[in-house]
Design a protein around this ligand. Structure first.
Ligand SMILES: Cc1cc2nc3c(=O)[nH]c(=O)nc-3n(C[C@H](O)[C@H](O)[C@H](O)COP(=O)(O)O)c2cc1C
Length: 209
């Protein structure tokens, strides 16, 4: 139901402004987007526009990153045949073959920026022990941005499962020092699952464990 309300608000925010005399509900807030996102594993097969993909990737690159290192790299595949060839080997291949695009979120394990933390710091080659955390933050932003645009997406595991990432890295020509963290199919949702309620107050320890 929460997701349904979100989709209605999203539709109203994007379609209704052109219609006079209708009072459009407010644009979904950042908290609405966060609380209604859920993994989508079935898509209509329709394409996702380059503009939408760039918006999603911009959100990915807006993530926090240790010392402003920005070690994330993205491989975006939109060609249907290539998606089927590279990603559809596993048992749940439907989520790839019906997606409009697949984003492989990768970490450049040897890239930092110096002087550390400066907005215009130059990229230098040195080990980046935070690539995994930075790229995870980018991946979450990607999932949220896709949802905010009315699209669906799901994080599927890459690193550290070598058997998953080796064939993908080889097929996409990803260099050795760049590690595929996760593989995210993005598309027009063909399912509308309820977000899972993960609120568990017992997981919080106020002031002291
Ligand atoms: C590190 C990580 C690995 C995941 N790997 C997979 C995967 O390989 N296949 C898949 O269908 N979902 C995968 N997921 C999605 C989770 O199954 C999903 O986020 C979880 O069940 C919670 O559901 P929600 O995203 O709808 O809240 C992964 C999520 C994370 C964070």
């Amino acid at each position: 139901m929460r997701r349904l309300f979100f989709m209605a608000a999203l539709l109203a925010a994007t379609v209704l402004p052109g219609c006079q005399a209708q009072e459009a509900p407010a644009t979904p807030s950042a908290l609405d987007v966060i609380m209604t996102r859920t993994s989508i594993r079935s898509f209509t097969g329709d394409p996702v526009s380059k503009e939408q993909l760039e918006t999603i990737l911009k959100a990915g690159m807006a993530a926090p990153t240790a010392m402003n290192g920005q070690p994330w790299r993205f491989v975006v595949v939109t060609d249907k045949d290539k998606i089927a060839e590279v990603f559809a080997a596993g048992p749940r291949s439907g989520m790839f073959t019906t997606a409009g695009a697949v984003i492989v979120v990768c970490g450049e394990t040897t890239a930092m920026r110096k002087p550390f933390g400066q907005p215009d710091a130059a990229e230098v080659e040195m080990p980046n022990m935070f690539w995994y955390e930075d790229c995870s933050a980018a991946a979450e932003n990607i999932l949220l941005a896709a949802h905010a645009l009315g699209l669906g997406a799901v994080w599927t595991a890459g690193y550290p499962a070598q058997e998953r990432i080796a064939p993908i890295a080889a097929a996409l020509g990803i260099p050795e020092k760049v590690v595929p963290l996760c593989i995210i199919p993005v598309g027009i949702p063909a399912e509308n699952p309820e977000p899972k309620d993960k609120w568990k107050p017992e997981n919080i320890h106020w002031e002291q464990w």
